[in-house]
Ligand binder design. Sequence first.
Ligand code: MG
Length: 427
Amino acid sequence: MKITDLRATPVTVPLEAPLRHANGAHWGRFVRTIVEVDTDEGITGLGELGGGGEAAQSAIDGLKRYLVGHDPFQLEALRFKIANPTASLYNNRNQLLAAIEFACLDICGKALDTPVYNLLGGKVRDRVPFASYLFFRFDHPGTGSGEIFSPEQLVEHARELKATHGFRCHKLKGGVFPPDHELACYRALAEAFPGDTFRFDPNSVFSVREAIRFGHAIEHLDNDYYEDPTWGLSGMRQVREAVGIPLATNTVVVNFEQLATNLRDPAVDVILLDTTFWGGVRACIKAAGICETFQQPISVHSSGELGIQLATMLHLGAVLPNLTFAADAHYHHLVDDVIVGGKFTYHDGSIAVPDGPGLGVSLDRERLAYYAEVFNKLGTYAYDRDPARPDWYPLIPNTSWAKPEHTDSASVPGLAELTDLPTKPYA
Ligand code: MG
């Protein structure tokens, strides 16, 4: 079989309300790029890439001259074509490799009429458990609702998510407000859901000292782990020595070199495997095998996803015997998807691994065209913008924390344009 063409389609899919991240960033809507790989046997494979726009489209176009004629079963040769590990210092193309690998795995599964998990060792579980992944949010400028700011709002939101989806594990994305406000929110969650587990992730914005202080203040709670409290392996190592909670990362151990460094001189306990950051599902499985040998816990990370990427996370989660933590997904914050049948559904806090051939998802062409049109209208999304902290940089923490005040979404650049975005699935 040979690849005959590649196509990239950026799409914008609305979120229930804008999600606030650390580093002053926020997602008002999700911009993703759907990648399609055609073959001479009439089979098309699906991939997905974060972000979007001209850059993603031209990056995929740029691969055409190397990949047309390539056999999609030749996945190791594909890795060397796109992200040659000996040249990776100069040219980290893992995310592009991942998008093409997803599509090739999808093609291989479809060609053999079997789900991708059967190409990866076979599934050891039928469902993958997920955490609730809670965010501080702006209100949606179209509806005026959805704000998460206070401990009460956060707990109410978590209660709704738990009632709807069955989550028994809750992750709070922090680094948005001063640490004591977020501490109060995290403690309120732990108090509201006895018997559940919790994880806090301020996206590395704390100083080492602040990370240790915050860590001590949550040590007594039922924490799965404390995720990227500070920046860098050295910073994390200092926090790890002082705080009695396992540390997790999706920032300082995201490739095999860093994994080796961390095994020799541990800075982090739990490695969060991201099918995009690591360069595909197969790289994550390889990393999980190393972690199994060294008794290093793992989980599945979410860098934002629509149904295609979620399918890769489900197939990954299905085949990892050493997956002992719930996975993360942004998915339940989306109002729609571009796959046939609409969004995947959670049941008892988990999602069923798709059993169809390949990744087990297919594109809803009408929805794809509709959300591509939304992207064309609004363009890409500038994720890093916070007018409250114009002089804020992640490596100089705590110099200008915004006051823990309610912020009207109307005052935030880039959010007004969400007013006309649908807040219900496209029909
Ligand atoms: Mg993280």
